[in-house]
Ligand binder design. Sequence first.
Ligand code: PAN
Ligand code: ZN
Length: 192
Amino acid sequence: MPNYMSPFTTMINLSNGLIPIAAVVQKRYLHDLEGMFADSTAEDALMINNPLLYEVQEATQNPMEEGQLRYSTTTIYPGKVGDEYYFTKGHYHAIGSRAELYMGLAGEGYLLLMSPENEINVQRMTPGAMSYIPPYWAHRTINIGKDNFVFFACYPADAGYDYASIADKGFAQIVVERGGKPTLIENPKWEK
Ligand code: PAN
Ligand code: ZN
């Protein structure tokens, strides 16, 4: 007989992503993303204040087993390092064949994706946007607005995280402000 888990319900505030009884809250400061922004001088200058870039509220601590799901909300605060908007670290799933579903809850963001062949794709996310991350695509979210960008994520609990590939190389393109608008440009630090 399998060891059945009990069903449960987690309340999520759909206007701000708050999970009052979150299992885990992770806070990511600029220090945690050291070296990931294109403008190293701007990054170094901002490091003195070490601003909070984003938080992840995990709704569950479900076992990281095949067949299980986990879900969370992410809040990215508004801001830029130089002219590059605040973003999440970004990752491939450690088990590459695992997909993921994001849903925009508040604010405005970009979901930046990169295939294993370094093809770039961008999805614009606003409240109600259900953005599908197919298996094998690296994914990073970016706050391109003036308010918090908040989204819900649901993913296979065994997906895991490969952060190293992105920390080493970054994405082939980055999102910067040009003439007041978010613009995709080649990543000057990109190495294949
Ligand atoms: C999301 C992300 C979350 C934070 O839950 O983990 O938005 O981004 P980083 O993990 O890249 O810092 C997810 O994609 N889980 O698989
Ligand atoms: Zn993911």
